[in-house]
Structures are given as structure tokens and as C-alpha cells.
Design a protein around this ligand. Structure first.
Ligand code: SF4
Length: 270
């Protein structure tokens, strides 16, 4: 029997559209040339292929962009419940600007607390946060609020990773050190978008911005049927083994030492 393949978080990036326009967005939403909602059928296929490769994810996390902005959010959330034996929880990470539909709340309420919200509180920008909290309380839906405004910034604020295009000029040793100090390889997250699974969201953003893929692996083309499933599973086992070419462009996710910046500074919408 082949080895069981697992990850902690399946980051299900279902849209690159957002209701906010954050300068230091870790998914680089304001800078993506062709933002789009993943079509429902594509999202279903991504999930199906993901769960053929990975036997289990501790959590599916809906992210974007703003996942609740996706017009087919309900259908995609419902579809994910078909894989109930292959994940622990579902988390919906939202910026508090959109109140989910009643159908969505009903679906979540009936999920027996397997679906929860992570509510990012950006102060006045998160204008519908009180309504979402009220509904969660009413329906007994689990939620957590991370506050990102004023003097109380969760994790002391955000990190700037780079512009996805400029080499940082590391020596070979510095490149390896950036990767070793980065939490990404130890967190065992997998980001899915564009029919691909990535080891890291900076790598995913680089691909979305300029089509660059990590040279040393670190991603799996979920939709490439020419690659056998067993080969994809072998790649999944090694997906966090870096350093990667993308790390040469990155400051690293060094939770102890990275400079922190106030979250959600808005760029003008063009
Ligand atoms: S690109 Fe490399 S250094 Fe940057 S966050 Fe990803 S794994 Fe860490």
C-alpha cells in the first residue's frame, strides 16, 4: 500500500478578484494582470484532482481575493463537502465586506461545525463584519476574528515579501538561509489555483504575475493527464523540499525577524 499523503492546509484560491485593494496583499491581488473568478467546473476539477493526489488535508481554506465575492461560492462550498472523509475542517477567510447568502449560512449551520469563519477585521473597511458576527452567533457557527487596525494588529501586521520580479541578489548561502528561516516548508500548506498546486503563495503569485514556475519542482500541474497519478503523488511528497528559484526573489516568511507593516493600506482602484 502506498504511503499516505497529507497536508495541513489546502488553500483553495477560488478567485483573484477582491472587494479591497491592499498594497501589501500576500496574494498580490492588486498587481495581477488578469483577475478572475475560477469557473465552477474548473474549481470542481481542481478539488477532485487535489484529493486524488493528497489523501487528507487537515483543513480546506477558502481564500482569494475575497472568496465570498465569487458568484458561485455556495456551489463550490457545497461540492467540497463531498470530500468529507478527506479533510478535517473547512475555513472561510473573509475581509468582512460581504455578508454570505442565507443559503450559505444554512449549509454551514448544517455542517455540524466543520465549517468555520476566519474574519479579518480591517476596521471601517470591514463594513459588514458586525452583521456576519451576528449571523454566526445566531446560527452557532464557529468564527475567529483577527484584528488588523489601529494599534492592535494581529501578528504585529503584515510582511512584504518582494515584488515577484526583482532578484534580491542573495549569495548561495543567503538563498538557503532565507528558505531555512521561512515557515512555509514547515507549515505544509498547498495553494491551488490555475489548475496547479503550489508549495507557497509567493510562488503562486509569481506564476500569476509573469508565468514563472519554480525550477526545482515545488508545484504540480493538476490538469496534466500525461503525468501519471503515482508520479504526481511522488512529487507531492517532495513539494516542500527547497530552496526554490522563487526564494531568490523573496524576503522570506520569517515570523521571528521579518519587518511588519500595518495591514490593508489601500491603493486607489483604477
Ligand atoms: S518563496 Fe521561498 S522564501 Fe519566499 S515564502 Fe516561499 S518558500 Fe519562503
Amino acid at each position: 500500500m502506498s504511503e499516505r499523503i497529507t497536508c495541513k492546509n489546502f488553500d483553495y484560491f477560488i478567485t483573484s478578484r477582491c472587494t479591497l485593494n491592499c498594497k501589501l496583499c500576500s496574494n498580490y491581488i492588486p498587481y495581477l494582470p488578469n483577475p478572475f473568478h475560477t469557473p465552477k467546473e474548473t474549481a470542481f476539477r481542481e478539488m477532485r484532482e487535489f484529493f486524488r493526489i493528497w489523501d487528507y488535508a487537515d483543513r480546506i481554506e477558502f481564500i482569494g481575493g475575497e472568496p465570498l465575492f465569487h458568484p458561485e461560492f455556495f456551489d463550490i462550498l457545497k461540492e467540497s463537502l463531498r470530500y468529507e472523509n478527506q479533510f478535517g475542517k473547512i475555513r472561510i477567510t473573509t475581509n468582512g465586506t460581504i455578508v454570505p447568502s442565507e443559503d450559505t449560512f444554512s449549509l454551514i449551520r448544517n455542517s455540524d461545525k466543520r465549517i468555520e469563519f476566519l474574519l479579518d477585521d480591517y476596521g471601517p473597511l470591514s463594513k459588514n463584519l458586525p452583521q456576519i458576527i451576528e449571523k454566526c452567533t445566531k446560527y452557532d457557527i464557529p468564527y475567529r476574528v483577527d484584528t488588523y487596525h489601529g494599534d492592535s494588529q494581529y501578528a504585529n501586521g503584515w510582511i512584504y515579501f518582494g515584488d515577484c520580479a526583482t532578484l534580491r541578489g542573495y549569495t548561495e548561502d543567503e538563498w538557503r538561509n532565507v528558505f531555512q528561516r521561512c515557515v512555509v516548508p514547515t507549515e505544509h500548506f498547498v495553494m491551488v489555483n490555475n489548475g496547479k498546486a503550489f508549495f507557497c503563495d509567493y510562488a503562486m503569485a509569481m506564476y500569476q504575475m509573469n508565468g514563472a514556475l519554480p525550477e526545482e519542482g515545488g508545484y504540480i500541474d493538476l490538469f496534466d493527464d500525461a503525468i501519471a497519478l503515482e508520479e504526481k503523488r511522488e512529487r507531492a511528497k517532495k513539494i516542500w523540499q527547497g530552496p526554490f528559484s522563487t526564494c531568490k526573489y523573496c524576503t522570506g516568511f520569517d515570523v521571528k525577524n521579518a519587518t511588519r507593516y500595518p495591514a490593508a493600506e489601500q491603493l486607489p482602484k483604477v
